[in-house]
Design a protein around this ligand. Structure first.
Ligand code: PHE
Length: 389
């Protein structure tokens, strides 16, 4: 009897302790003992690998920061919303992050059109937003609360124009643009400017709508123009189908593009048809600075491929990681999470040593960074060269 009584008291004690713990966790959040950071990403839908990679890099940074004691004596709480890769969603979820959750900063998005949708909301609320990897110039032009930690497309377009001229030795190029994407339209424009300036000729300009499945009519017109190469500034799902259909039509000249190609899905969908293609992006795990080596090791420990093998970080993962670290660094320097002060600290970011190199925020709230060119070979991405600004 005594024994049962003792056991009962121990059990009761445990229940009380655990409910007590739950309460204090809730209170902690409510009392502002954590710093809430919002993230919006395409975790599902047409560009799911963008959002997943970006999120995995971002979360890894937040976890490392918390393990090292957090920021301003508080733990960071990353609140992530899926925008389904769909127009209209970014506005909805970012409004929620700001008004429902009261986040003090917003990280996202990868795709420029989706960053452009959310930026005015963050600007209006005076909540600093950092896009890790949107490259269209208009994103940060939205206002002084909007930052990015990557290069912009006037640079990326020039890099690929020079690559077409020098490495592909192309004199005539066709351009195939996704007119539903601000990224694609911008990059096409900057590429064309750079290529004609380098003495090249644009022999065909065709359009598609992201999500289309049949590109044969446009590719037939491109083939008829007899280009030396075809520039496709699109996202990986469409690009893979374009490469497959180009091959079927006997269009054998090189296809090449920008950072939107970067996804393991490019190869999974495109298979043989994407072999030998080239694209520019922000980061390659092969570029081994000390910071980057540690990041690759930590990322591979934390994240696995669907078959259980360690996952290699891509550009979105690395930039997601740096975006969270740069926000934390700004809050530390500001000594507060107050929007206007964090904004000022972000604007003053100088030589921040991240995994994608050094980040300095310029007067347009963009970063100046190197680009890398990768080639698809044997079903994986091979580092070709680094191009400095
Ligand atoms: N730069 C692309 C955009 O602005 C997004 C992207 C970044 C895609 C990095 C892949 C890698 O839309």
């Amino acid at each position: 009897m005594k024994k049962w009584c003792a056991l009962f008291l121990v059990a009761l004690g445990l229940v009380l302790i655990s409910t007590g713990c739950n309460k204090s966790a809730e209170q902690t959040a409510a009392d502002g003992k954590v710093i809430k950071v919002g993230e919006f990403a395409s975790l599902t839908g047409k560009e799911a690998t963008f959002g997943i990679s970006s999120h995995e890099g971002t979360l890894l940074a937040i976890e490392e920061l918390n393990n090292a004691g957090g920021v301003l004596g508080k733990k960071l709480d990353l609140i992530t919303e899926d925008d389904l890769s769909k127009a209209g969603e970014p506005a909805t979820v970012v409004n929620k992050l700001i008004s429902r959750d009261g986040v003090v900063g917003v990280l996202g998005e990868v795709a420029s059109s989706r960053s452009l949708e959310a930026a005015p909301i963050c600007q209006q609320a005076q909540v600093p937003m950092i896009s890790p990897s949107s490259t269209n110039p208009k994103v940060t032009e939205t206002g002084d609360y909007i930052f990015r930690v990557c290069f912009i497309d006037p640079f990326q377009g020039t890099v690929m124009a020079n690559f077409a001229t020098k490495t592909l030795k192309a004199k005539k190029v066709a351009v195939f643009t996704d007119v539903k994407s601000d990224y694609s339209k911008g990059l096409a424009k900057f590429f064309k400017e750079g290529f004609t300036k380098a003495g090249g000729q644009i022999v065909a300009e065709l359009d598609y709508n992201g999500g289309d499945k049949d590109f044969k009519a446009e590719l037939t017109a491109i083939k008829a123009a007899n280009p030396d190469a075809v520039f496709v500034p699109g996202y990986y799902t469409d690009v893979a189908l374009i490469c497959i259909q180009a091959k079927q039509l006997g269009l054998t000249v090189p296809l090449f593009g920008g950072d939107g190609w970067e996804s393991d899905q490019l190869v999974k969908i495109g298979q043989d048809a994407v072999e030998g293609t080239y694209f520019s992006t922000h980061y390659a795990p092969d570029v081994a600075t000390e910071k980057s080596k540690n990041f690759v090791a930590a990322y591979q420990k934390r994240w696995k491929n669907s078959d259980g093998s360690p996952k290699l970080p891509d550009a979105m993962a690395a930039l997601g990681y740096d975006s969270a670290m740069i926000l934390a660094d700004a809050m530390k320097r500001a000594g507060t999470t107050d929007g206007p002060k964090v904004r000022d600290a972000l604007a003053a970011t100088k030589d921040f040593e991240g995994v994608t190199g050094k980040t300095t925020i310029n007067e347009k709230r963009d970063a100046t960074k190197s680009a890398v060119i990768l080639q698809v070979k044997g079903g994986t991405f091979h580092f070709v060269e680094t191009v400095n600004p």
